[in-house]
Design a protein around this ligand. Structure first.
Ligand code: HEM
Ligand SMILES: *[C@@H]1O[C@H](CO)[C@@H](O)[C@H](O)[C@H]1NC(C)=O
Ligand SMILES: *[C@@H]1O[C@H](CO)[C@@H](O)[C@H](O)[C@H]1NC(C)=O
Length: 317
């Protein structure tokens, strides 16, 4: 009986996926830094006023953080000496807004020195980014620790935009995430911008029989080709992730069903009956999408890993 109660308690009130076995909690800073969350929210708000690309950058940064060594702020560390850090590794294209986390950390440190981890600040900032874009809000479990290791070579472990459904499934399941998590979290592609290189494979030399991915809507493919020619030289060329790319909505799923998604990994969600069903469900129900997104964000952001509370988010203690 006690074991059943303990098990229930754990599933209801803790969010532990940590190899070190520590649990996250909603009230983690209630005694030690009660103003932490509002201070972080203010810092994110201030940054968004000046730069509307900040929300998408924070959301993607949190995803990249969690997929490598758990959500331990390894993505924030700078390269040191011969060690090239994740942020300087290959798929770092478009990772930015590190200064937003630095500013939030500085303000939180002034209130409660050495208490709030960079990993928690990033998780909270990602939630705030979604809210500020018109998306759902949720309570973020806290108590993550910051890691001491960040290696560019490990960014190979991130899913690639050319992945098939089975590769995506494998990447997510290795982290305890399901097909439903995959479809819901791919909805993050309702925000932001992509560079040409991320979808080049679909619009030039797709395979030996098709220049363009035949699953892509022809006029959509044509407009992408005009922005991204085969020998693209413009480093900043690309396009918004969907047609309402600063608003957190279901447009990504609606366009996906019309053959107007950017990545092979987006299109891949239609190649499996289960994931295709979820795409249709999320396209037609804002509520179903936001409920699933929140649940999956909490799951992804509870993959913990670190062991210290860094004083400077860019440097280990
Ligand atoms: C399913 C596997 C995923 C793949 C293969 C993938 C791939 C990519 C790629 C290639 C880009 C464009 C980068 C560029 O060209 O600048 C991108 C952008 C983005 N991704 Fe994903 N992603 C995945 C999952 C996620 C998840 C789980 C989230 C968050 C919940 C997310 C949020 C974003 C956001 C917000 C952007 C826009 C970034 C910006 O505007 O700076 N992605 N993704
Ligand atoms: C991405 O990596 C390159 C080196 O490969 C580096 O020069 C650049 O500053 C990195 N971008 C960010 C945002 O850290
Ligand atoms: C090229 O891709 C299309 C669509 O995915 C497929 O039907 C065709 O068999 C592919 N061709 C080759 C040679 O792989």
């Amino acid at each position: 009986m006690a074991a059943i109660v303990a098990l229930l308690w754990c599933t209801l009130f803790t969010f532990s996926a940590s190899p070190l076995g520590y649990a996250l909690s909603l009230n983690y800073y209630d005694q030690t830094c009660p103003q932490a969350e509002s201070t972080i929210t203010d810092a994110v708000k201030k940054a968004v006023i000046n730069d509307n690309t900040v929300p998408s950058a924070l959301l993607r940064m949190h995803f990249h953080d969690c997929f490598i060594r758990g959500c331990d702020a390894s993505v924030l560390l700078n390269s040191v000496g011969k060690n090239t850090a994740e942020k300087d590794g290959p798929p770092n294209i478009s990772l930015h807004a590190f200064h937003v986390i630095d500013n939030a950390k500085k303000e939180v440190e002034a209130l409660c020195p050495g208490v709030v981890s960079c990993a928690d600040i990033l998780a909270l900032a990602a939630r705030d980014a979604v809210v500020l874009s018109g998306g759902p809000t949720w309570e973020v479990p806290k108590g993550r620790k910051d890691g001491r290791i960040s290696k560019a070579s490990e960014t190979k472990q991130l899913p690639s935009p050319t992945f098939s459904i089975s590769q995506l499934q494998q990447s997510f399941s290795q982290r305890g995430l399901s097909m439903e998590d995959l479809v819901a979290l791919s909805g993050g592609h309702t925000l932001g911008f992509s560079h040409c290189s991320s979808f080049q494979n679909r619009i030039h030399n797709f395979n030996t029989t098709h220049d363009v991915d035949p699953s892509m809507h022809p006029s959509f493919a044509a407009s992408l080709k005009s922005v991204c020619p085969a020998q693209n030289k413009a480093k900043n060329a690309g396009t918004t992730m969907d047609s309402s790319s600063t608003t957190f909505d279901t447009t990504y799923y609606k366009l996906l069903l019309q053959g107007k998604s950017l990545f092979s990994s987006d299109q891949a969600l239609l190649t499996n009956t289960k994931t295709q069903g979820l795409v249709s469900k999320f396209a037609s129900s804002h509520e179903a999408f936001t409920m699933a997104f929140v649940k999956s964000m909490i799951k992804m952001s509870s993959l913990t890993g670190g062991q210290e509370v860094r004083l400077d988010c860019r440097v280990v203690n």
